[in-house]
Design a protein around this ligand. Structure first.
Ligand SMILES: [Fe+2]
Ligand SMILES: [Fe+2]
Length: 322
């Protein structure tokens, strides 16, 4: 198995029979033997598999298990969203799809802008031939994928809802909060990197609920004429996410089973930093952050139903489905 890959290889596409183009919009990725293949996975996918195969048994699961177990349910649910759309109330759906598109775009930049520490000094065990040693090009591939996803989510929205008007006040409150130092025992640049990777990994894993919701809602044949195309497009986006979770979880697992250089000499078990950072971020995202989303989205629904002729009974039905 190969463990070393060039930047060009990590960013390389498969030779596609045809690229993915929908409604005249060129997207990323393409088709091989008639099957959709995600962009930049010609070597990135086998590379991630090779690095994962080098991890001690159970390490990957140790990183991912507690995140998988904490995925909050999507709000509003698919049933609630379909009820609204059935009665012509599409603004909450349009808002959410547009917001997902914006957050996807941010997700990429957040990684591209991270300053990579000299990991050979920050990690006292060898990192040759690991995901950790390839983070620069992996972040770049991830950022390019998410820029494509922004366009693809907007396209799925426009296909299903026939180019709806998009509210202008969407992007507020999505920037990550500034955090105080959590691990003063390691270098600040390493802490920033670990927390950034954990933050994005948690969002990627939690997004499974959003994908399920979007496929169920936009894939409803009774609501949308072009349901099949919208659902298929969302399926392609979801397929592209798998290398993101793959390399992030792998690099964090590699850190978890290594020793980190302490700022005042000695070493710190990577496991302490990764597990504590993960649990803090999961607790915040599944707790206060999720509740704030539910509150805000409830207000949007209430506002949309306020001047609907059947508003009161629809709101009661919406709540009963919750
Ligand atoms: Fe994405
Ligand atoms: Fe992603």
């Amino acid at each position: 198995m190969r463990y070393h890959y060039s930047r060009e290889e990590i960013l390389a596409d498969h030779p596609y029979e045809r690229p993915l183009v929908l409604d005249g919009v060129p997207c990323h990725g393409g088709f091989v033997d008639g099957r959709y293949v995600s962009p930049r996975t010609r070597w990135r996918a086998p590379a991630i598999a090779a690095w994962q195969a080098r991890l001690p048994a159970g390490e990957l699961e140790a990183v991912l298990g507690p995140i998988d177990a904490a995925v909050p349910p999507h709000f509003p649910s698919a049933a609630q969203t379909r009820l609204l759309v059935r009665h012509g109330v599409t603004v909450p759906l349009v808002r959410l799809l547009s917001l997902i598109a914006i957050v996807e775009g941010f997700g990429g930049d957040v990684l591209r802008l991270v300053a990579l520490p000299p990991l050979g000094e920050r990690v006292t065990d060898d990192i040759d031939g690991t995901a950790l040693a390839h983070l620069g090009p992996l972040f770049e591939a991830h950022a390019r994928d998410e820029a494509g996803h922004r366009k693809m989510w907007e396209l799925a929205r426009d296909i299903a809802l026939d180019r709806p008007a998009v509210p202008k006040d969407l992007a507020s409150g999505v920037s990550p909060p500034a955090t105080p130092r959590l691990f003063p025992e390691i270098a600040a640049d390493l802490e920033a990197l670990v927390l950034r990777m954990l933050g994005v990994l948690v969002i990627e894993v939690f997004a499974v609920a959003a994908f399920r919701w979007a496929k169920e809602v936009l894939g409803d044949a009774t609501l949308f004429r072009r349901y099949e195309e919208a659902r298929t497009l969302i399926g392609y986006i979801q397929q592209d996410e798998s290398p993101h979770m793959g390399y992030l979880a792998t690099a964090l697992a590699e850190l978890r089973c290594r020793s980190l250089a302490g700022v005042s000499g000695g070493t710190i078990p990577g496991r302490d930093v990764v597990d504590r950072g993960r649990d803090l971020i999961v607790g915040f995202q599944a707790g206060p952050r999720h509740r704030a989303n539910v509150d805000f989205r409830t207000q949007v629904v209430e506002r949309c139903l306020a001047d609907h002729p059947r508003g009161a009974s629809l709101l009661a039905e919406f709540r009963a489905l919750g």
